[in-house]
Design a protein around this ligand. Structure first.
Ligand SMILES: Cc1cc2nc3c(=O)[nH]c(=O)nc-3n(C[C@H](O)[C@H](O)[C@H](O)COP(=O)(O)O)c2cc1C
Length: 374
């Protein structure tokens, strides 16, 4: 049996294999962020398709942190009931599901929230046309508390764990990034200061869920921007985050403003182009000794196996391949080891943006547009 189908554990959460559906915004929640039956069913389909762990799309922990329409929310107790339905659906199909906690900060949508987005620094040359609201220390304290309350709700709703979204240039990743964070107070400047917000969130989340509950983090290893986060700072940050109490790190990179170096790179046509954060993942595992999830352009079983066998990461995390093939892992398990059918052209963002809900509009094998998982 391949190492990829070994059962493992993260802080008491038993996973049937080493495959993870990385967090993916589906655009299927109600306008107020409530989980819909359609979204719960998509998660059920993924669980039935064999992936060991599902991470939900980013859930906004307060209303001014919403990035896109029909994004899943966890900012209020009234949302717990709908989320329960999602957790139960996944459990009923033998899967595991972790909820991703997020605040979009600088990249929140004023059009969607009706509020000026919050950011570490109000104005960053070249990154936006309109100014953002620079967070005060009181704002930071409030958002830390919001992450804690959201984690409490996720646990109450029956999720198997939570993941703190500190990647892709969303709020927590903005504080860590020297490009987005030009603050002159104790939350800006050197790495320790830029990391403080994240560490406070990790501690608050841990306090809210207790010791024996999986808390993961998705972290940028680089921003894909000149003068962004350095590899040295990433590794130092990973160690301090581990010390603050996380159980596993998912290594990613890039931001919405990073063009070709965005988190979801296009043109992954050869094995050499796959797993573009592999080196950073290996280094993070070496310095933290934590379980590492690697995401970004993994498409082949053979590459995935080499990553785990070679010790570059412990888990294989993918997003776009599961949009096209929710049952990819069952296919690989059954011995059909052809690479994922995803052709990495990012057409999947379109339907979710248009309000149709997430699906792959390209089907290379069938030739016809095909909705998967809906
Ligand atoms: C439609 C879409 C939505 C995404 N939403 C999220 C999200 O909510 N949270 C997150 O951390 N990453 C999100 N991502 C990024 C993916 O999790 C992943 O990091 C990236 O696509 C690279 O992995 P892949 O090559 O396997 O797709 C999204 C990607 C896509 C394509």
């Amino acid at each position: 049996m391949s190492i990829l189908f070994e059962s493992t554990e993260i802080n008491g959460m038993t996973l049937a294999n080493r495959f993870v559906r990385s967090a993916t915004w589906e655009g299927m929640a109600a306008d107020d962020g409530t989980c819909t039956p359609k979204l719960a069913e998509l998660m059920g389909t993924l669980a039935g398709g064999g992936v060991g762990l599902i991470i939900t799309g980013h859930c906004y922990v307060r209303e001014d942190g919403k990035a896109t329409p029909r994004q899943l929310g966890i900012y209020d107790d009234s949302l717990v009931e709908g989320l329960k339905g999602m957790a139960e659906t996944v459990r009923g199909r033998g899967g595991k599901i972790v909820l991703q906690l997020a605040h979009a900060g600088f990249f929140a949508s004023e059009k969607v929230t009706g509020r000026m987005p919050l950011a570490p620094t109000g104005w960053v040359e070249g990154l936006s046309k309109a100014p953002r609201r620079e967070m005060t220390v009181d704002d930071i304290r409030e958002v830390v508390e919001d992450f804690g309350q959201a984690a409490r709700r996720a646990k109450k709703a029956g999720f198997d764990g939570v993941q703190i979204h500190a990647a892709h240039g969303y709020l927590l990743s903005q504080f860590l990034s020297p490009i987005f964070n030009k603050r002159l107070d104790e939350y800006g400047g050197n790495l320790q200061n830029r990391l403080s917000f994240i560490l406070e969130v990790v501690e608050r989340v841990r306090g809210a869920v207790g010791r024996n509950y999986p808390v993961l983090i998705k972290l940028n290893s680089e921003d894909g921007l000149e003068e962004g986060l350095t590899p040295e700072d990433f590794l130092e940050a990973a160690i301090l985050i581990r010390n603050a109490g996380v159980d596993a790190i998912e290594v990613s990179g890039g931001t919405l403003a990073s063009g070709k170096l965005s988190p979801s790179r296009t043109g992954i046509d050869t094995v050499e182009q796959e797993a573009y954060f592999r080196q950073a993942a290996r280094a993070a595992g070496e310095v933290t000794h934590l379980p590492v999830l690697l995401v970004g352009g993994i498409r082949s079983f053979e590459v995935a196996e080499k990553i785990v066998m070679g010790g570059s990461a412990d888990y294989i995390s993918m997003s776009r391949p599961f949009i096209r093939e929710p049952a990819l892992i069952n296919r690989w398990k059954a011995g059909d080891l052809r690479r994922a059918a995803c052709i990495s052209v990012n057409k999947c963002f379109g339907p979710a943006m248009k309000g149709e809900g997430l699906y792959c509009p390209v089907d290379r094998r069938g030739g016809e547009p095909k909705a998967s998982g809906t």
